[in-house]
Design a protein around this ligand. Structure first.
Ligand SMILES: NC(=O)c1ccc[n+]([C@@H]2O[C@H](COP(=O)([O-])OP(=O)(O)OC[C@H]3O[C@@H](n4cnc5c(N)ncnc54)[C@H](OP(=O)(O)O)[C@@H]3O)[C@@H](O)[C@H]2O)c1
Length: 316
């Protein structure tokens, strides 16, 4: 299985299973069937509110002998309400307890956005804390500390711009191992991907299939859903593959890790088989032309009031 080497030498399996929006009653079977077909990387987060069910699945899979703990890469993420340095360790310990694990392979700062402690999703401007009050540098330092204490093998960030990565790296002398960001043919972010690579930061692509199941939640209308884009469908047909497989193979060919979400055993298996699909140079060129800087997860839920804006969040 293809792996990507993180700073410090640990190897992260390039293809993993996403679990956002996977209902608690579905995610157990999803994780079990993913491990059965060969996945060794599960992407979780406290805010997905399904870590207990993921944990049950992991524990049962280990007990059944489907895989050993040390063979499965488990990522989780610090929620925005726990950015204060003293809240980082308790938040990580809660995720570990729910996931029934002694350590995470990777712990990420989920967003460069801080919420008041106890707020899951903001309903008004009063729910936000400015980064001047809870600086990313301080949160990052606390992430390094818990990682040094053995609770997470590696620490990283998510939804960070190049400038934010530089800021936390300069403040602490330690660069995040991973930046998990939205990446797919409609949002290719070539400059940020290259900047991460140049800084030795491994990139994980989220929403690689265009996140069709988040459209309603995000108030989005997808005119041509990525999975139905004629170029993607045509390339899939030419290879006898599915559009989903083309999108996953594209992410792997770019040298990124990729974490498609599915709770459907058939699609989980098909997505896994995308490892065997090699796209041609002509395929890559045709897909490069699809870029339209379209975010599926545009962060608009952080823009209630004036604490955060698209300019400060995305640095663009
Ligand atoms: N760090 C962050 O801020 C962040 C943000 C977003 C996502 N993520 C992570 O990235 C993961 C993936 O992103 P995502 O969940 O937004 O979206 P995604 O993986 O791009 O798309 C998931 C959707 O595609 C469907 N699907 C899966 N495989 C398919 C296939 N082969 N053919 C057709 N449809 C298929 C799924 O339905 P079924 O389940 O019914 O198969 C689901 O509706 C998340 O689950 C999460 O772990 C992280």
């Amino acid at each position: 299985m293809k792996t990507l080497e993180l700073r410090g030498g640990t190897k992260m399996p390039a293809l993993g299973l996403g679990t956002w929006k996977s209902e608690p009653d579905e995610v157990y079977e999803a994780v079990r069937s993913a491990i059965e077909v060969g996945y060794r990387h599960i992407d979780c987060a406290a805010i997905y509110q399904n870590e207990e069910d993921v944990g049950r699945a992991l524990s049962d899979a280990f007990q059944a002998g489907d895989a050993k703990r040390e063979e499965v890469w488990v990522t989780s993420k610090l929620w925005n309400d726990s950015h204060a340095p003293e809240q980082v360790r308790p938040a990580l310990e809660t995720s570990l307890r729910k996931l029934r694990l002694e350590y995470l392979d990777l712990y990420l700062i989920h967003w460069p956005v801080a919420l008041r402690h106890g707020v899951l999703l903001p309903t008004g401007p009063e729910d936000f804390l400015p980064l001047s009050e809870v600086p990313l540098e301080a949160t990052w330092e606390a992430m390094l500390k818990v990682s040094g204490q053995g609770l997470a093998q590696a620490a990283g960030v998510s939804n960070f711009s190049q400038r934010m990565i530089e800021r936390v790296s300069e403040a602490t002398g330690q660069t995040p191992a991973v930046n998990q960001i939205e990446l797919h043919p409609y949002l290719q972010q070539g400059v940020l991907v290259q900047a991460c690579k140049d800084a030795g930061v491994v990139v994980t692509a989220y929403s690689p299939l265009g996140s069709p199941d988040s459209a309603a939640m995000m108030g989005r209308e997808d005119d041509v859903p990525l999975l139905q884009n004629p170029t993607i469908v045509q390339i899939a047909g030419a290879h006898g593959a599915t559009p989903g497989q083309v999108l996953i193979a594209w992410a792997l060919a770019r040298g990124t890790s990729v974490i498609p979400k599915s709770v459907n055993p058939g699609r989980i298996a098909k997505n896994w088989d995308a490892r065997d699909l090699t796209l041609t140079l002509a395929d890559m060129t045709a897909i490069a032309a699809l870029d339209r800087h379209q975010r599926m997860v545009d962060g608009s839920f952080w823009f209630l009031g004036e604490t955060y804006s698209p300019e400060t969040l995305w640095d663009e």
